[in-house]
Ligand binder design. Sequence first.
Ligand code: MLT
Length: 255
Amino acid sequence: MLETSLNGIPYVYERSGQGKALVLLHGFPLDHTIWELLTPLLQKRADVIVPDLRGFGGSGLSPAGYGVNDLAADIASLLSHLKIDKAVIAGHSMGGYVALAFAHAYPQRVAGLGLIASQARADAPERKASRFTEADDLEAHGVARLAEDMSSKLTGDKGLQIKLKKLILNQPPKGLAMALRAMAERPDSSPFLAEFDFPVAIVHGRDDKLVPLERAREVKEKVKKGTLLEVEGAGHMPMMEAPQATAGELLRLLT
Ligand code: MLT
């Protein structure tokens, strides 16, 4: 892992390959390792940059609460640190919320946008409220319950469930709680979708139990230059359940 400090927070990322810059942002409650099957498929064509978002994996905790716009600002700082003006930004689920916030705040730095198992809408009021309860529960009792609940929702693949459960158990409860609160407060990105001038590649599992496929179709309808791949037999983790198909969509953003 490479290390730096971004906006006062110790930050880790991996970098490999050659070509146009491509940043892959993991979802909740995961870290950069979810991209390990995808990265080798992209390295020949892209300079692949894979960070742990603040509060996840090896990156540090935020000293105070933050919003998804702060996570997007971390990515802008990371690109500046690497002297990269413009990149393809792709995000998985919560990473997609960050990618959308980045695209809204820094459109001139976006060569293309990838949204994997994500959505543009904000939380409905009930979901927003339940995230705050879950965040308090995480801080009081740790990640065991979340790891149990989430792993079976992320994918129907039993082997992958075991791997993902281990990955979730490694995440710091405080970082996950802060991320839940940031997601609860995120704005609706739908109004900005029509402004995007860059291509948007959307990949969504047909069996996603966490973000309904309909949310991906909504994004596809609103963007000017979008493609949507609906992956048969995949749940919320198409980059692990169907890496070839997912990589194919991202590679099209690099041309
Ligand atoms: C994720 O996979 O990042 C989360 O499930 C997204 C969410 O809870 O909205």
